[in-house]
Design a protein around this ligand. Structure first.
Ligand code: GLU
Length: 475
């Protein structure tokens, strides 16, 4: 049997990291077993889903490094892959279910349903659908039809115990009678999630449904519809919840939650991918860093945890800096370029590459590149408050002396610059830190910068000296 998994998001702009983790685990399981990974867009609620949202979703997945064998853009043997384009298929399958007695027309109005629900609650009974229309006589049914009553289609849930052998949760049981008949087609003719998911998983030959724990309660319903259609339900694996530091489900309250937001905050896709893989899964007790290829080679659903996984941004940052250290200068510079231009800087690529050794070890995120390197790529640098204070305390003579010394240097190398700056500090009886800080402030406009001599070397003699003289003149 060829493994076939799917990721079935309802796109609403960029993708939540929890859904990205679902996509990743589904993708890994397919790749691990040489199977196929299907992208299916669950846009039955058509009004809310724009082309743009679908495009953004696919863009986020591609950025993370996930690819799909079948999907709305690439097509495939089970096309279309957008539920909004599969209405005819759902109608056909529902007709089969009704004809075979597995589903029935329900004429109950929303008011009647609400009324009975309330009364059930008052009596301390479960508030789910009471099965009234399943038991209509032919005469009652004809009367409703003659009246022109709107109807929905409900699934007749077999009245027996349901057991799902979940690959993560283990055996999960639902007692007979605890799963009320549910709607497959609404009175406006639109299919529900419970219909579309079951039909698609069956017709698309999905073998493993890997998804969030919040959908566990759908599993027996999905399986029941598939069985009623004559199919064999897929295996289910429900992934543990992702929670924030307060153990509540990860949400906007906890900060960034979308893949797009992490991308814009300067995380590398390989770091985010690696981090997401460890949210509820581990290779063993020791391994933290795994490339995509290593993940594919070692992923195993049996090592998915049942416990909630805590999302820890600091750990993600730490992993990100590890991956940043692993990139060579060319690659790192190429990745930083986007953030430089976004900050209004337009560095020459070769110059940006030369600056990488200066900042690499200080960077946890790529967004730090423009912060740390701004002084190199624009002369429009306004000293921050700390820098202004350092410049003022040093005084114009000190800064001019520095400019003179640097101007006279026979060669413009980091070593020569360092020598000159140390001499200057020594002449004034200052430590290196104290002696260098005003120079740093005048040249980089900040009290923190990459290593100073190397920074000045890259900045060039002319610009360095000009900035020192301008700072002196500003006093
Ligand atoms: N469309 C559902 C969601 O976005 C997923 C359905 C499924 O995986 O079965 O949560």
């Amino acid at each position: 049997m060829t493994v076939r998994t799917r990721f079935a998001p309802a796109p609403s702009g960029s993708i939540h990291v929890g859904n990205a983790r679902t996509a990743l685990f589904s993708w890994l399981h397919a790749r691990r077993h040489g199977g196929a990974f299907v992208l299916r867009i669950e846009d039955t609620d058509v009004s809310r889903v724009t082309e743009e949202a679908v495009g953004e979703l696919m863009d986020s997945l591609r950025w993370l490094g996930l690819d799909w064998d079948e999907g709305p853009d690439v097509g495939g043997p089970h096309a279309p892959y957008r539920q909004s384009q599969r209405r005819g298929i759902y109608r056909e399958q529902v007709e089969r279910l009704v004809a075979a007695g597995h589903a029935y027309r329900c004429y109950c109005t929303p008011e009647e349903l609400e009324e009975r629900r309330k009364r059930a609650l008052e009596r301390g009974e479960p508030p789910g659908y009471d099965g009234r229309c399943r038991r209509l006589t032919d005469a009652e049914r004809r009367a409703f039809e003659a009246e022109g009553r709107p109807w929905a289609v409900r699934f007749a849930m077999p009245d027996r115990e349901w057991v799902v052998h979940d690959l993560v949760k283990g055996e999960v049981r639902w007692a007979a009678g605890s799963l009320p008949d549910f709607v497959l087609v609404r009175s406006d003719g639109s299919p529900t999630f419970l219909l579309a998911v079951a039909v698609d998983d069956l017709l698309m030959g999905i073998t493993h449904v890997i998804r969030g724990e919040d959908l566990l309660a759908s599993a027996p319903r999905n399986a029941a519809v598939i069985e009623a259609l004559g199919g064999t339900p897929p295996a289910y694996a429900h992934l543990p919840l992702i929670v924030g530091p307060d153990r509540q489900p990860l949400s906007k309250r906890h900060g960034s939650t979308s893949v797009e937001a992490f991308r814009e905050r300067g995380f590398l896709p390989e770091a985010l991918l690696n981090y997401l893989a460890l949210l509820g899964w581990s290779k063993d007790e020791r391994t933290t860093f795994l490339t995509k290829e290593e993940l594919v080679a070692s992923f195993d659903l049996s090592r998915v945890s049942r416990n909630p996984a805590a999302f820890d941004v600091e750990k993600l940052e730490w992993m990100n800096s590890h991956y940043i250290q692993g990139l060579d200068d060319d690659e790192l510079a190429a990745r930083c370029m986007h953030f430089m231009t976004q900050a209004g800087l337009l560095p020459d690529p070769a110059a940006l590459r030369r600056a990488m050794p200066l900042v690499r070890e200080r960077m946890k995120r790529l967004t730090q590149a423009p912060e740390l390197l701004r002084f190199l790529f624009t002369d429009d640098v306004e000293p921050n408050d700390r820098a202004r204070e350092l410049i003022r305390k040093a005084g114009p003579d000190y800064l001019r002396e520095a400019a003179d010394a640097l101007e006279r240097l026979p060669s413009w190398t980091a070593a020569a610059i360092q020598g000159a700056l140390d001499e200057l500090a020594a002449r004034h009886g200052l430590s290196r830190t104290r002696g260098w800080q005003p120079i740093r402030a005048a040249v980089t406009a900040s009290n923190v910068s990459p290593p100073l001599p190397e920074s000045l070397e890259l900045l060039g003699r002319e610009r360095t000296v000009a900035r020192l003289r301008a700072a002196a003149a500003s006093l």
